[in-house]
Design a protein around this ligand. Structure first.
Ligand code: PEP
Ligand code: MN
Length: 338
């Protein structure tokens, strides 16, 4: 940590800070400049009290970390890009681009099977579908629960597509991990640290959505919980953040693609469906995401969006999805992806 002292403080005030740093278990190194004094404090913050308390001292101007707060997810720790293996032919973060598609919620066998077949035919490599749904209102459809997971397993058996589904609560970890190939942590749970730890401990790939109002550093730190719990299989998923804009449901932040690629070695996929909340905008956002170097997409597709039990306005029809899969091809080629 670097502790910057205010200008014109007395030697006595400076000594008091040095003493406190030592008392907290760190070794202080003083650098006296012309205008002000800076102290470098050496020690492991995990085993000592935090030096941030010094910001409350009147003679201290600021306390700054020297290292990034996230370590294992950072590119410094792992300069080459990581890949996450989901199945023998689904490896996220490699040259092959992956589209994860399916309904927002699993509603029935007929709805899921029809969608699974169409998305596979169009080129999707992972089937999505929510069985436990995080709904804003308790009076809205909450998902089919285990029945939905069983239907997903059946769809996997019929199509060969691995499945990504949301893990909503610690209470369901074993159940959901038994069925899912990728555990989705939703935006509302992105900083539910106990859930992140429990998800990590299953060893399954974890797709971590960005929280509704999460800063990128907070998102990286949430990802750190997965890697710090011995699970290297982390996939970031940008799904839009809450802003003042009401034209779209959320504001999809595509700048996260180059930022996550610079800061981290983990793959990133984009979810334009939750990102904009409008089926008519999804195609353009997908093209942008592909061109900007995303490793995959997460898309909502429904046989009849007008009758969907959740997120009807943003789900794509079969025709729309099939056209989208065709139209992103030149963008994939331009980005050097298969
Ligand atoms: C979803 O994928 O249907 C979903 C609920 O996602 P999010 O957590 O991003 O809102
Ligand atoms: Mn949805």
């Amino acid at each position: 940590m670097i502790i910057v002292l205010k200008p014109n403080i007395t030697r006595r005030q400076e000594n008091a800070v040095l003493k406190e740093i030592q008392k907290l278990g760190y070794e202080p190194h003083v650098m006296r400049g012309v205008a002000r004094t800076v102290i470098g404090a050496i020690g492991d913050e995990r085993t000592h009290a935090s030096l941030e308390t010094l910001t409350a001292w009147p003679q201290v101007e600021s306390v700054m970390p020297v290292q990034k707060r996230y370590k294992l997810v950072s590119r410094e720790a792992h300069p080459s890009s990581s890949t996450v293996k989901v199945s023998s032919n689904v490896i996220l973060g490699a040259r092959k681009f992956h589209v994860m598609a399916g309904p927002c919620s699993v509603e029935s066998e007929k709805q899921l099977m029809a969608t699974a077949k169409v998305v596979k035919q169009a080129g999707a490599t992972v089937l999505r579908g929510g069985a436990f749904k995080p709904r804003t209102s308790p009076y809205e459809f909450q998902g089919l629960g285990e029945k939905g997971l069983k239907l997903l397993a059946k769809a996997r058996q019929e199509t060969g597509l691995p499945i990504v589904t949301e893990l909503l609560s610690e209470q369901h970890v074993d159940l959901v991990a038994e069925y899912a190939d990728i555990l989705q942590i939703g935006t509302r749970n992105a900083q539910n640290f106990q859930l992140l730890i429990a998800a990590a401990r299953t060893g399954k790939p974890v797709l971590l959505k960005r929280g509704l109002s999460m800063r990128i550093e907070e998102w990286l730190l949430a990802g750190e919980y997965i890697l710090a719990n011995e699970n290297p299989n982390l996939i970031f998923c940008e799904r839009g953040i809450r802003t003042f804009e009401t034209y779209t449901r959320n504001t999809l932040d595509l700048s996260t693609i180059p930022i996550i690629k610079n800061e981290s070695h983990c793959p990133i996929v984009i979810d334009p469906s939750q990102g904009c909340g409008r089926a008519d905008l999804v195609m353009s956002l997908c093209k942008g995401a592909v061109a900007m170097g995303a490793d995959g997409l997460l898309l909502e597709v429904h046989p009849n969006p007008a009758e969907a039990w959740s997120d009807g306005a943003q789900q794509l029809t079969f025709d729309h999805f099939t056209r989208l899969m065709r139209e992103i091809k030149p963008f994939l080629a331009a980005a050097g992806r298969d």
